[in-house]
Design a protein around this ligand. Structure first.
Ligand code: CP
Length: 305
C-alpha cells in the first residue's frame, strides 16, 4: 500500500506515467467512467478548501466511485478531541482511500502510519501540497510540452506557500530548470528549501524583490496569495498582502508564450484584467487538477484500465 505525502514519493518515471495517465483520461474520459465502481473516497478536511476537496470528489465520481467525508474540523469529532490517528482508524473501516488536509504540518504523515488505506496529503500547514504540484506539472507539461529547460518564476508568499515548496522539490529533478524567487524580504523561501533542495542539488536560482526586473526572462510565472491564515499578526499581513499585483502593464513585459499559473484562491495578486490574456492559464490548471487526481486515485488503488 502506498501513500502520497510529498511529490518525491513518486519517482520521475512514476510521475511521468501518472501524467501520461492524466492526459489519457483527458482524451478518453468514458474509458474510466466505471473504473472505481464500488470504491469509496473519504475527504477529511480540517482546514477550508474549495478546489482540492471538490476536485477529489469530482475525480472519484468521474471514476464511478462514491465519496464521503467532512469539510471542517468543527463538523467532525475532532471538535470533541478525537486524534488524527484514531480518526483514520475509523475511516479505514468506511473507505478505500482518503485525502486529508490539516493545518498542522505532518498530520497526514501521522495518519498514514496507522492507516490501512492509502492516505493522500491534501495540504499540511505551510509544509507540502503534493496534489497541487501534480496539477501544476500536468498543466505545464500539457501546455508547454515539457517539464525541462524552463525558467520558473515563483512570486508572492514563498515562506508560507506550501504549493511553492512542493513544486520546487518536484521540478528540481528535471534537467535545465532554473528558478527566480520573487518575494519581499519577510516572505523569502524557507532556508530548508534553499539549502536542502536548491543548493544541495546545484539548481540555479536567484532571489529578487521586483517582478518587473525579471518578467522578460520567465517561461512560467507562478503567482501565489499571501497566506493570511499563517501570519502571527494582522498588521504584517495588511502591510504585505498587496505587495504584488500582476496587471496588464506588467504582462506587456513578458514573453509571448509565458504562462501564468496560480494554485488559487486568488485575492488581489492577479488583476481580473489579466484573466482574458491567452497566457493566463490558472483556470485551465483547475481542470487539469481533476484529471491528475483521477490518475492518482487509480494509481494508489492499483487499478489498471
Ligand atoms: N489550490 C488549493 O489548494 O485550493 P483550495 O484551498 O481551495 O483547496
Amino acid at each position: 500500500m502506498r501513500h502520497l505525502m510529498t511529490p518525491l514519493d513518486l519517482s520521475v518515471e512514476e510521475l511521468d506515467k501518472l501524467l501520461d495517465l492524466g492526459n489519457d483520461i483527458e482524451k478518453h474520459p468514458e474509458k474510466y467512467a466505471h473504473a472505481c465502481a464500488g470504491k469509496k473516497l473519504a475527504t477529511l478536511f480540517y482546514e477550508p478548501s474549495t478546489r482540492t476537496r471538490l476536485s477529489f470528489e469530482a475525480a472519484m465520481m468521474n471514476l464511478g466511485g462514491n465519496v464521503l467525508g467532512f469539510s471542517s474540523a468543527a463538523s467532525s469529532s475532532a471538535a470533541k478531541g478525537e486524534s488524527v490517528s484514531d480518526t483514520i482508524r475509523m475511516i479505514s473501516c468506511y473507505a478505500d482511500i482518503c485525502a486529508m488536509r490539516h493545518p498542522k504540518e505532518g498530520a497526514p504523515m501521522v495518519a498514514s502510519r496507522v492507516s490501512s488505506i492509502p492516505v493522500i496529503n491534501a495540504g499540511d500547514g505551510g509544509h507540502q501540497h503534493p496534489t497541487q504540484t501534480l496539477t501544476d506539472l500536468l498543466t505545464i507539461r500539457s501546455l508547454k510540452g515539457r517539464l525541462d529547460n524552463l525558467v520558473i518564476g515563483l512570486c508572492g508568499d514563498l515562506k508560507f506557500g506550501r504549493t511553492v515548496h512542493s513544486l520546487i522539490k518536484a521540478l528540481a529533478r528535471y534537467e535545465g530548470i532554473s528558478f527566480v524567487l520573487i518575494s519581499p524580504e519577510e516572505l523569502r523561501i524557507p532556508e530548508y528549501i534553499r539549502e536542502d533542495v536548491l543548493d544541495a542539488q546545484g539548481i540555479p536560482y536567484k532571489e529578487v524583490e521586483h517582478i518587473e526586473d525579471v518578467m522578460p526572462d520567465l517561461d512560467i510565472l507562478y503567482m501565489t496569495r499571501v497566506q493570511r491564515e499563517r501570519f502571527f499578526n494582522e498588521e504584517d499581513y495588511i502591510r504585505l498582502k498587496d505587495f504584488y499585483v500582476l496587471d496588464k502593464k506588467k504582462m506587456e513585459l513578458a514573453k509571448e508564450d509565458m504562462l501564468v499559473l496560480h494554485p488559487l484562491p486568488r485575492v488581489n495578486e492577479i488583476s481580473v484584467e489579466v484573466d482574458n490574456d491567452p497566457r493566463a492559464a490558472y483556470f485551465r490548471q483547475v481542470q487539469y487538477g481533476v484529471y491528475v487526481r483521477m490518475a492518482l486515485i487509480l494509481t494508489l488503488l492499483g487499478i489498471e484500465v
